[in-house]
Design a protein around this ligand. Structure first.
Ligand SMILES: Cc1ncc(COP(=O)(O)O)c(C=O)c1O
Length: 459
């Protein structure tokens, strides 16, 4: 029988959750079901998903940020089809890859900050960070790394050592080595650590993804200067902020900071293929790959994958030619303005912050007595429940997909595709307004959602 993907899809449609539950991650399946995040999606285009009943969902999650150019972008699809028809010799390994080479050239010549003239390709954000940490050690011969409180750089053993989110480290502390945490924004603490002279690298997201924390304006420039003074490499983790997410090409560009090493992933392949990249200077390369017999001292089998590179080549063109960086700045500012209008109206919102299309809505304990009762009740049961109670009606009643940002924090995060437009933004604001209005009635439906979730969680 011929392999007929459409037929397989139609025959198996609706089995997604049971397959996840049976073979991949039963706990995740339970969470999705409990929260109502279990529609059977059958189509994804641009900033939208459609379920099997024909409902149109607004995707404000973008696959954790990979679909910067939107889902199923026709030019990315066309490039992939063209590539498949070439029967091109991919992954020769003891040989060379044309498209990976061309993507490296494009990144260096058209995108990289000055001085970052060499590219290492890998398959994920964490892998890019892991490699960057190794490179920093090879260059400096130092053993320690500084990272920021709340910073997130992946979940491999190496990157966990520089992960500022305690919930991911718990259970693994005994096997994590070499990381020291400083508060995001605190240059005095950073200098105190670096002045000991044993720090290989300072690793930082220009805007912290978990919670969307934007640094004080002087933080990154001063950190850059301190790193240079003490011979510590500055690693900018642009896995999430890179390629227009914050309304500039790179997050670092908001503060005119040039890092020693930059890590990239997520948006780079248009969402179709795993890809990660490290941009770094030749002087660091020479310390890592220091002789012919060390030419593969750091490598990964699927690195320099031509298919991923083709996706990268076309994605970078789309980002530039369709003005997605500018759109991110424009629509992001519009969304933040509209959200701040809601913040003035609703006491549960403590703060709205964002850069480009990387936006956080942080909630806080309300002043009025009845709402405070609900707030305390729900936080007493579980510290993550409140935001979930907002997200459940957003997805179930308004078909809007968004996420809680990290554990134990009352923050909802929005990272829609960079093709998001005014109509999408208005649809979100109208829906969010209704959900917030309901949340400001206690007792009321939102608080009942919280109680229901609590009962399920306790069971
Ligand atoms: C800033 C940052 N660095 C690294 C990572 C890890 O990337 P991956 O999940 O591809 O390993 C992420 C993922 O969300 C991220 O946001």
């Amino acid at each position: 029988m011929p392999f007929d993907l459409r037929e397989i899809m139609q025959r198996s449609q609706g089995k997604q959750l049971s397959l996840l539950s049976e073979y991949i991650n039963p706990q995740m399946a339970k969470v999705l079901k409990t929260l109502g995040f279990d529609p059977v999606y059958v189509l994804g285009q641009g900033a939208h998903l459609w379920d099997d009943k024909g409902n149109d969902y607004l995707d404000m999650l973008a696959g954790f940020g990979v679909f910067a150019v939107g889902r199923s972008h026709p030019r990315v699809k066309d490039a992939i089809r063209q590539y498949l028809d070439l029967d091109s010799p991919n992954l020769v390994k003891m040989g060379t890859q044309l498209f990976a080479g061309l993507l490296a050239q494009k990144l260096v010549e058209e995108f990289a900050p000055p001085g970052l003239d060499t590219v290492f390709f890998c398959n994920s954000g964490a892998e890019a960070l892991d490699g960057a940490l190794k490179f920093a050690h090879a260059y400096t011969r130092r053993k320690r790394f500084v990272y920021c409180d709340q910073g997130y750089h992946g979940l491999t053993l190496g990157t966990l050592a520089v992960n500022g989110c305690k919930e991911f480290r718990a259970d693994y502390e005994a096997v994590l080595n070499g990381g020291t945490e400083v508060p995001f924004g605190d240059t005095a603490r950073l200098e105190a650590e670096l002045s000991r002279g044993d720090m290989a690298a300072f690793v930082v997201e220009p805007v912290i993804g978990h919670g969307v924390f934007i640094p004080p304006d002087d933080f990154l420039p001063k950190a850059r200067e301190i790193c240079s003074r003490y011979g510590t490499l500055f690693i900018a983790d642009e896995v999430q902020t890179g390629f227009g997410r914050t309304g500039k090409l790179f997050g670092c560009d908001h503060w005119n900071v040039v890092p020693d090493i930059m890590t990239l992933s997520k948006s780079l392949s248009g969402g179709y293929c795993p890809i990660g990249a490290i941009l770094y200077p030749r002087k660091v390369y020479e310390k890592v790959f220091s002789s012919m017999d060390r030419c593969m001292v750091h490598s990964t089998t699927f690195g320099q994958n031509d298919l991923a590179a083709v996706c990268g080549l076309i994605t970078l063109e789309v980002i530039r030619e369709e003005g997605l960086i500018e759109n991110s700045a424009l629509i992001g500012a519009y969304l933040v303005d509209r959200l701040r209008e809601l913040a003035a109206k609703y006491e549960l919102i403590r703060e709205v912050r964002g850069l480009g299309l990387m936006i956080a809505i942080e909630f806080g304990e309300p002043r009025s007595l009845s709402l405070r009762t609900g707030w305390k009740m729900i936080h007493g049961i579980h510290k993550d429940l409140f935001c979930q109670s907002i997200l459940v009606p957003l997805i179930m009643d308004h078909h809007i997909l968004a996420q809680v940002s990290g554990h134990g924090r009352d923050i909802i995060k929005l990272i829609p595709p960079l093709v998001f437009d005014h109509a999408d933004a208005d649809r979100f604001i109208a829906a969010f307004d209704q959900v917030l209005a309901a949340a400001h009635r206690f007792p009321g439906p939102i608080w009942e959602v919280g109680s229901r979730l609590a009962r399920v969680a306790l069971r």
